[in-house]
Every structure is written in structure tokens, then in C-alpha cells.
Design a protein around this ligand. Structure first.
Ligand SMILES: *Cc1c(COP(=O)(O)O)cnc(C)c1O
Ligand code: SF4
Length: 345
């Protein structure tokens, strides 16, 4: 008989791919044929927030192009070490919104469960780059206190599995989590926020599709794609496998200077998402986290880009431009145009 541990490893072959993710800046620069002069700043920035990128994502980058929009999202650079005014370690004040360790309950009806601190990729602009997961993920990863808090609050209709990335968990752990949630009668929707299907499409395996297909509630999977070049054939297949289970697929992006702050790039992203069965949901303004100021796009420019999108695409392909603000009742919607100044007489 095969020991259970080995069976798991066989069943979850994506784990091997995850273990082979590139974490050494020299290896990434070498794989893409880039200037070795990029190494010194990369090492300095990686010491603050580690490089991590699966090979499957690296394969979609253009060889020899230091300005590749996918590379820019993951390569540590010297600009991260600059201090910028207004950029901090906890830009959303999340340290204050926890009814239980691992649970963020900021918005009515929805509670966000920090299932794990792990991600398949480290995005340089991530607002959690300085988040102290050890304090947030319930001890032993068992989420007991978080589940009790959900159970005790009948206004919570929707549970959002987030992180980190919930797809860093095994299918078995996901199954036990959804099993516990199923015994809470007021929960009626489940949402999964994940970037893993994009950076490691092999993670959408049979077991995960089975889990999605058998959830006792209607569910939405919100993926995270910032540029059309991220959707290659394996990613489109992974999206199709999820869609086949009947879940709703949505996308959220972050507006990032040098990655997607261009009307044509955003339009191509929306249409590529739709082709792959995903609807654009949110386009987030950057969270002002220390080390990410070089990704900032000014609000007036963002509004101009969205006006351009709205003029060339159907309404359902125009994402909502939002900013997250500490203490707000929901994401703050940024209007496409600033209302004319009122008379101050
Ligand atoms: C973004 C977010 C949600 C979900 O917000 P929606 O507008 O419903 O997508 C819920 N809780 C927290 C803490 C969030 O940051
Ligand atoms: S996948 Fe999401 S949570 Fe993980 S590093 Fe990227 S932006 Fe942050």
C-alpha cells in the first residue's frame, strides 16, 4: 500500500511546480537573458520582500526585455528601497479590523478569511508585502476562532476565502474548510480570491474542480490578471475547467505604471478576459504600501484611461475603478469624470 503522504504528492503534482518557483534573482535574470547589472539592486530589494515566481509565469515573459510587463510585476528593483511620502507598512489599517485572528470584517454582509499567508507568486506591488501573517492566520491554520466569529454573526452572508492565496492550501484543507462553513446556516455565498490559476495553472487540478463543483452555495472565483499577456493557453484552459463547474469567474487588476497604464493595454486585457470566460470586476488603484511607489498612477490619469475604455468597449467589459480606504464601508468607487467645480460664492 502506498503511504498516504505519497498518494497526496502524486495527486497534487502542482506542488512540485510550486517548489520549483524561481526565488533567486540571478536565476531569473539568467533565464531571461537580462543585464547582470540588475542583480545588485534586485538582491537588495529581495532582502526586504523575497522574489518568488513560478516558471509557468516566466515562460510568458519576453526574452531579453527588461521592460516586460510581467517581469515588472515580480522582479525586485532598487526603486523599492526609496522612501515615499504617504507609503506605509499597513496602508489599509487592517491591523484594526479583525474580530478574530484571520478574519477581516470591514464590509456589510461579507467577511474575508485570511486562509494562509502563502502565495504562489510575490507581486512587488502587493499591499500585504509587509503584512504580518504569523499574527493573522489562526494558529495551526485551523481557523477555529474565525469560524466561530462567522457563526456568531448572522449578518455575514458571504465568506471570501483570501490570503495570501487560498489555493496554496491542499484540496483536502479546502474541503474541510468548506465543510465547516456548510454548517453555518446564514452563509449563502462563497467567494475565492486567487491569483494562483494565473501564475500556476496546473493548480486547477481535478480535485480543485471537484471541490468547486460540489460547493453547497453559488460561488464566484475572482482571479487576478493585470495584462493580456498573462493569459496563455494553459491559463485559458484552467479558467475553462473552473467555468465548467458552474462558478462565476471575475477578474480584479491593479492599475500599475509600466504594466497596464495604457488604454490599449487595458482594452486588450478586458477582451482577452472575456474570450477566456472571465468578466472584469475591479481595477484597483495602487495601495500605498512602502516599496511600491514606482507603480503609482495619478487618479486623474486613471480616470482618463477609464473614460477611454468606456468609449470603446461594451459596459460589461469596463472594470470599476476603485480605491480602498481605511475605515470606508466598501471599496471607494472613483467616478470616471470629476464633477465640475461648484460655485464658491
Ligand atoms: C475587497 C474586500 C471585500 C470584498 O469587497 P467587494 O466590493 O464585495 O468585492 C470584503 N472584505 C474586505 C476586507 C475587502 O478588502
Ligand atoms: S497574489 Fe495577491 S496576495 Fe499574493 S503577492 Fe500577489 S497581490 Fe499579493
Amino acid at each position: 500500500m502506498i503511504p498516504a503522504r505519497h498518494q497526496d504528492r502524486h495527486r497534487e503534482s502542482w506542488r512540485e511546480e510550486l517548489a520549483e518557483a524561481i526565488t533567486d534573482p540571478a536565476e531569473l535574470l539568467g533565464a531571461l537573458g537580462l543585464d547582470p547589472a540588475l542583480l545588485t539592486p534586485a538582491l537588495a530589494a529581495a532582502a526586504r520582500f523575497r522574489l518568488r515566481v513560478p516558471q509557468a509565469f516566466v515562460r510568458r515573459m519576453r526574452y531579453g526585455d527588461a521592460r516586460d510587463p510581467l517581469l515588472r510585476q515580480v522582479l525586485p528593483v532598487g526603486e523599492e528601497l526609496l522612501d515615499a511620502e504617504g507609503y506605509s507598512g499597513d496602508p489599509l489599517g487592517e491591523a484594526a479590523a479583525n474580530p478574530a485572528p484571520g478574519l477581516l470584517h470591514k464590509y456589510h454582509g461579507r467577511a474575508l478569511l485570511v486562509t494562509t499567508g502563502a502565495c504562489a507568486v510575490n507581486c512587488r506591488y502587493c499591499f500585504r508585502r509587509e503584512f504580518r501573517y504569523d499574527a493573522q492566520v489562526s494558529t495551526g491554520g485551523r481557523w477555529r476562532a474565525a469560524l466561530e466569529a462567522i457563526s456568531a454573526d448572522p449578518t455575514i452572508e458571504e465568506v471570501i476565502l483570501s490570503g495570501g492565496d487560498p489555493l496554496s492550501l491542499s484540496n483536502e484543507r479546502l474541503g474541510s474548510l468548506s465543510g465547516s462553513l456548510a454548517s453555518i446556516p446564514h452563509v449563502r455565498r462563497l467567494r475565492v480570491h486567487t491569483r494562483t490559476p494565473v501564475v500556476l495553472p496546473a493548480r486547477v487540478d481535478e480535485g480543485f474542480a471537484h471541490w468547486l463543483a460540489h460547493l453547497p452555495w453559488p460561488a464566484a472565483v475572482v482571479v487576478h490578471v493585470n495584462h493580456a499577456q498573462e493569459i496563455d493557453a494553459p491559463v485559458a484552459d484552467a479558467f475553462a475547467r473552473m467555468r465548467a463547474t458552474g462558478v462565476t469567474l471575475l477578474n480584479q487588476s491593479v492599475l500599475l505604471a509600466g504594466v497596464n497604464d495604457d488604454e490599449g493595454v487595458l482594452a486588450a486585457l478586458s477582451t482577452a478576459l472575456f474570450d477566456a470566460g472571465v468578466l472584469p470586476y475591479y481595477l484597483h488603484m495602487l495601495d500605498r504600501v512602502r516599496g511600491a511607489s514606482h507603480f503609482e498612477v495619478a487618479e486623474a490619469r486613471a480616470q482618463g484611461l477609464l473614460r477611454g475604455l468606456a468609449a470603446r468597449l461594451p459596459g460589461y467589459l469596463v472594470p470599476r475603478l476603485v480605491r480602498e480606504e481605511a475605515g470606508a464601508a466598501g471599496k471607494t468607487l472613483i467616478p470616471l469624470s470629476t464633477p465640475p467645480e461648484t460655485c464658491k460664492l
